[in-house]
Design a protein around this ligand. Structure first.
Ligand SMILES: Nc1nc2c(c(=O)[nH]1)N[C@H]1C(S)=C(S)[C@@H](COP(=O)(O)O)O[C@H]1N2
Ligand SMILES: [Mo]
Length: 367
């Protein structure tokens, strides 16, 4: 074994190459939301998607420390009890992995092979990040804020702690929280126990789990997860464009009942209320369209009352299901004018593939 065997570049699947053992191993560790769990406004514990690059680190809330230092007037260090005394706020946030949809791209980037289920909504309780930064006093020379988790590993030959950087203004303005609770209970180990960052509107990679350090630096952060990993590229030697906010997406709760293997659906003929949820990290959802004929005709869905702007919005559409085979599909619009595409453009990392969901349904004759 030598480190040289780990390619510095991600690999693309060969034409027709099936899911590899490496991808299967990742898929078994990192699970998505079962689509029927989209019925819950707040995703119940255990059904929210999980993505962990390395291992879930050992952690003890009683001895955990979070430091805030670097370009600050007053470096700070908190235990959990001290941090709780800094304030308490609960935010309902929809998180989605930037790699969601990757496995459907052609050619397929070899990595965590999400289909479309890497999403969830939770209520995160903690202290606003902006309050912590202001308590430490942001110096004029501060450019970026670096968040470091307690997990450690190798990625494409580079040994690292999991780290992500944000600009000072992103860190102050996005409504981020440093959270110790998920849905009113201590964070589960896989979601960052005892402390994590939650960055509303951003793809999940920005929400650093097992958070142990916040460092302000006087230059742009060039760590692996910002400068190498999460970038839109067509070719591996490009610098690429940073992956940031969540592109709009709508998902239907698959109606009726499934076939075990194919997940194709069986629905008795008659009136069926199709339901689902839509979200965007750029702006609130203002329209969702449903098609029951594979995208030939589109119909406006009825939107549920708008919640906060940081979490998904429910929608429904009454369908008169006639016997035969149908392909259901759905697409979201947001107030920034973004429209979810039927086919999203390809990129080498397989990021932000928000191509429209398609569900094959067999409507059965009444008995
Ligand atoms: N420390 C650390 N934070 C992390 C990760 C990680 O591997 N290590 N994965 C990131 C990615 S890629 C995603 S999509 C989200 C997933 O958060 P969840 O597992 O709570 O849904 O966590 C992010 N934060
Ligand atoms: Mo992710």
């Amino acid at each position: 074994m030598s480190i040289e065997q780990f390619s510095a570049k991600g690999r693309l699947a060969d034409t027709g190459e099936g899911i590899t053992g490496d991808e299967l191993q990742l898929a078994a560790r990192n699970h998505g939301i079962p689509l029927e769990a989209l019925r819950y406004e707040v995703t119940p514990p255990g059904l929210h998607y999980v993505l962990v690059h390395y291992d879930i680190p050992a952690a003890n809330a009683a001895t955990w420390r979070l430091t805030v230092d670097g370009c600050v007037e007053q470096p700070l260090s908190f235990g959990l009890t001290e941090l709780r005394a800094m304030g308490r706020e609960t935010v309902r946030v929809t998180l989605e992995c930037a790699g969601n949809g990757r496995a459907s791209l052609q050619p397929r980037p070899i990595s965590q092979p999400w289909v479309m289920e890497a999403v969830g909504t939770a209520e995160w309780t903690g202290v606003p990040l902006a309050d912590l930064l202001r308590a430490a006093g942001i110096r004029k020379d501060a450019i970026d804020v670096v968040f470091t988790g307690a997990d450690h590993g190798f990625e494409r030959g580079v040994e690292q702690d999991y780290q992500r950087g944000l600009s000072v203004s992103e860190a102050l303005d996005a409504g981020a929280v440093v959270a110790w609770e998920m849905n009113g209970a201590p964070l589960p180990p896989q979601h960052g126990y005892p402390l994590r960052l939650v960055m509303p509107g951003w793809y999940g990679m920005a929400s650093v789990k097992w958070l142990r350090s916040i460092e302000l630096i006087d230059h742009e952060f060039t760590g692996f997860q910002n400068a190498v990993a999460y970038r839109f590229r067509q070719k591996s030697d490009e610098i690429g464009v940073a992956v940031t906010r969540i592109e709009p997406r709508a998902l239907l709760i698959p109606p009726g009942y499934p076939d075990f293997m194919s997940r194709h659906r069986f629905v008795p003929a008659g009136s069926v209320t199709l339901q689902g949820r839509a979200w965007s990290g750029w702006a609130p959802i203002d329209r969702v369209e449903v098609s029951v004929d594979a995208g030939v005709r589109w119909h406006d869905a009825k939107l549920d009352a708008a919640g906060n702007d940081l979490s998904w919005r429910g929608f429904s559409y009454d369908w008169d299901a006639r016997p035969g085979e149908h392909v259901l599909t759905v697409r979201a619009h947001d107030e920034s004018g973004r429209l979810q595409p039927i086919e999203a453009p390809w990129n080498r990392g397989g990021f932000a593939n928000n191509s429209a969901q398609r569900i094959t349904v067999f409507v059965t004759n009444p008995a």
